[in-house]
Design a protein around this ligand. Structure first.
Ligand code: NAP
Length: 488
């Protein structure tokens, strides 16, 4: 099961598989076992420069390829990625740790962005604008921004890439991608798909590295890069935004979150329990930007909810991603494991109670990986770091509330604004609360997240711009107004 047929171990520049100019390499580690999965080129500024120059050259022709032809390339990529689903999912489980079944779902969802933007490539509409003067005509067209530098995280190694490169390529942009150092193999396997469907050389380039700052600096200072598309932490997003200011590069950022999951006493109880389990634990072991970070339960049902919730959480199977029945794998690395534990211990010190879990899993099967027990905390307050910081792990803090007004205020009391969830059957409340929550996504009686068709992105410090939906492709275009004075 863990044998992967074709594993690419080189970067991709100008349609060729290459080593780093320096000849250096770095190791990709399996977080479930600590074993080395592969060694990859450790690219630097020189490699990034070469990739940017190549993308700039390729832009001259790719931006003029007809939208129908660009659409066809993306359709083929969708089909091939769907065919290679299991092969890609194996790579994800190996380098990211998420269970194989979950990885297969991610690949299918990630491929869906090729499908969606294959359609959108043909719908980059402009406007004909009525002019106030009879002798003049106005219209607006959308054109691709140019070379895009894309930087992606490890938690969704396939989707975070396709959600950026599909709209960029559809719009006529060319791309230099820097995937996360933990999950470059999935990125290279997706690149191979685009290579195999005949994407012209230079349209997509990939630079792998252990030192993201160096590549990031080249992206920022190189004037040929017109846009930075970044998914990752708010901290790095801010750093990139400061750097992009010098040349006023276009940016779109998908950053961190602190999602409230609000359950009212009139909710469908079982659906709320299942939703809160799924949105906390069953997405990369809680390492997702839209995972429930604070569970608010109305006081009258809090005891019943906690009992049912803890019962379900105790039944969750943790283990290596290829083991049948496993639904939670390891955390990505030691730093993440230590951060999660620090938040739990801090909460306990401040009065929280551990209802289940509460520490690292140390039994023999888990000893070499970064496994944390699925944890539920009660007696939690907003003074604890566990409710203020993004946990990024399988830890659910339960808080109680009395009124709708109170919970809205508490839910909004954060610098983040990515995802939020509400379980209620009261229709009036659905309207009031969806309008009041300061979040880019509000799930009502739904804990499945977003779709390809919906724009996704954050309020406040959770991001800038939107990915997916019809808005996703606009982020890779400039609007150009054309004014014509007709000869008299
Ligand atoms: P991260 O540390 O910000 O890293 C994200 C990417 O940025 C990686 O490719 C990383 O490279 C690179 N990077 C780090 N420092 C850089 C620098 N100075 N210059 C240029 N690139 C740099 O975030 P992470 O820990 O991997 O991912 C978790 C975070 O991503 C969480 O906050 C999560 O909420 C957020 N996220 C948001 C969304 C969303 O859609 N809003 C989706 C997924 C994740 P290395 O891998 O080499 O460090």
């Amino acid at each position: 099961m863990t044998q992967v047929g074709e594993m690419i171990r080189q970067m991709y520049i100008n349609g060729k598989w290459v080593e780093a100019k320096s000849g250096k390499t770095f190791k990709v580690i399996n977080p479930a076992t600590g074993e080395t999965v592969a060694e990859l080129p450790d690219g630097g500024a020189e490699d990034a420069r070469l990739a940017i120059n190549t993308a700039h050259e390729a832009f001259k022709s790719w931006s003029r390829v007809s939208p129908v032809e660009r659409s066809r390339s993306l359709e083929k990529a969708f089909k091939l990625m769907t065919e290679r689903r299991d092969e890609l999912a194996k790579l994800i489980t190996l380098e990211n740790g998420k269970p194989f079944e979950e990885a297969k779902k991610e690949v299918a969802f990630g491929a869906g962005y090729f499908d969606w933007f294959a359609g959108e490539a043909r719908r980059v509409y402009g406007d004909v604008i009525p002019s106030p003067a009879g002798s003049r005509r106005f219209w607006m067209i959308r054109q691709p921004v140019g070379v895009v530098a894309a930087i992606t995280p490890w938690n969704f190694p396939a989707t975070m890439i396709t959600r950026k490169i599909a709209p960029a390529l559809a719009a006529g942009c060319t791309v230099v991608l820097k995937p996360a150092e933990q999950t470059p193999l999935t990125a290279l396997a997706i690149t191979k798909i685009l290579h195999d469907v005949g994407l012209p050389p230079g349209v997509l380039n990939v630079v792998t590295t252990l030192y993201p700052e160096e590549i990031g600096k080249e992206f920022l200072r190189n004037p040929l890069v017109r846009k930075i598309g970044f998914t990752g932490s708010t901290e790095v997003g801010k750093l990139l935004m400061r750097g992009a200011a010098d040349q006023l590069k276009r940016v779109s950022f998908e950053l961190g979150g602190n999602a409230p999951f609000i359950i009212f006493e009139d909710a469908d109880f079982d659906a709320a329990v299942d939703g809160a389990v799924g949105m906390k634990y069953l997405r990369v072991a809680g390492q997702s930007c839209i995972c429930a970070n604070r569970i608010y339960v109305q006081e009258s049902i809090a005891e019943r909810f906690t009992k049912a919730y803890v019962e379900k959480v105790k039944g969750i199977k943790v283990g290596h991603g290829f083991e049948p029945g496993v639904v939670i794998g390891p955390l990505i690395n030691k730093d993440t494991l230590e951060k999660v534990d620090r938040l739990v211990q801090d909460a306990v010190k401040k009065g929280a109670k551990v209802a289940t879990g509460g520490g690292r899993l140390k039994e023999a099967a888990f000893a070499k990986g970064y496994f944390y027990a699925p944890t539920v905390l009660t007696n939690v307050t907003e003074e604890m770091g566990v409710t203020r910081e993004e946990i990024f792990g399988p830890v659910a803090p339960i808080l109680t509330f009395r009124t709708e007004g109170e919970v809205i205020e508490r839910a909004n009391n954060t610098n983040y604004g990515l995802a939020s969830y509400v379980f209620t059957k009261d229709l009036g409340r659905v309207f009031r609360i969806t309008e009041a929550l300061e979040y880019g996504l509000v799930g009502v009686n739904d804990a499945a997240g977003y779709g390809h068709e919906t724009p996704f992105g954050g309020f406040k410090e959770s991001g800038l711009g939107r990915e997916g939906g019809k808005q996703g492709i606009e982020e890779y275009t400039e609007a150009k107004s054309i004014v014509v004075n007709l000869p008299q």
